[in-house]
Design a protein around this ligand. Structure first.
Ligand SMILES: [Zn+2]
Length: 270
């Protein structure tokens, strides 16, 4: 399926040394990560206004912790069992082959790094990088051990009130205060935005992967890249929200298409 488009994408990428990728939730969904915005996703089950902001989360935890805990555990489980998928690994291959320079991702699950990509811009932060709420120092944790530790502490709680849940958070090595995941919640600014736009403006090919095009800044990056003359290759099984700037659209999963592209380039079949 879409053999011609895949070959064309491989041909364009084979000539590039400064390609970029802009990744949305679809890339992580292929690894089984719970998604927020899709139909049946987390925001269909709980109002983002209630838990999507720091103050909303604290207020809701105070009132309705028992209701939130099962959802919280379900999300933790999906992040614990996830593994990098063939799409993640193919992006790491493209980087190692000297084709792909930078991955810009909306996902905070660390799977690109675990697949071997070294240059990742995480505009929504990283769930396993903790930031001290007092002194703002940062500490990166390993994904699975951290989740297991949080789940163990949860199992030991007698009640799910705010104080109890706050005790789940790791403590700062420096000052001993509570840490929180260094992720972007609603009302908070996205991270590394100037660099994300510089990468978009400086690339010659942008792979636009599994993104719905509604989340800032992902919605703007392909347009920025196109303005600077980059070829835009969109891979997303459900839709192409970037039609006006797209050169090649492949309506398939990234985990199917990207490994095929890597194989064609390696075998010089382009
Ligand atoms: Zn601290």
């Amino acid at each position: 399926m879409f053999e011609k488009e895949i070959r064309e994408a491989a041909s364009i990428l084979s000539k590039s040394t400064r390609a970029s990728a802009s990744c949305g939730a679809g890339v992580s969904a292929e690894s089984g990560i719970a998604t927020f915005r899709d139909a049946g996703g987390i925001w269909d089950r709980i109002d983002p206004a209630e838990v999507g902001t720091p103050s909303g989360l604290i207020n809701t935890l105070e009132r309705e912790a028992p209701k939130l805990v099962p959802l919280f555990i379900e999300i933790l489980d999906s992040f614990e069992s996830a593994e990098p998928n063939p799409g993640h690994r193919a992006l790491a291959d493209l980087e190692a082959m000297g084709i792909l320079k930078t991955v810009i991702t909306q996902n905070a699950d660390n799977l690109h790094q675990e697949a071997g990509t070294t240059d990742v811009i995480e505009v929504h932060g990283n769930l396993f990088r903790m930031k001290c709420l007092a002194c703002e120092s940062i500490r990166k944790y390993e994904r699975k051990p951290l989740i297991r530790e949080v789940k163990e502490r949860m199992a030991g709680l007698n009640s799910f009130n705010l104080t109890a849940l706050a005790s789940l958070a790791p403590r700062c090595d420096g000052c001993g205060f509570m840490m929180r995941p260094d992720v972007v919640m609603f009302t908070e600014p996205v991270q590394d935005l100037p660099r994300a736009f510089a990468v978009a403006a400086g690339c010659d090919v942008m792979l636009v992967l599994g993104t719905s095009g509604v989340v800032y800044p992902a919605a703007y990056l392909p347009r920025e890249a196109k303005k600077s003359g980059a070829a835009i290759i969109v891979i997303n099984p459900t839709e192409n929200p970037f039609e006006s700037v797209t050169d090649i659209y492949i309506p398939m999963k990234t985990g199917e298409v990207l490994p095929a592209i890597v194989k064609m380039i390696r075998e010089k079949a382009v």
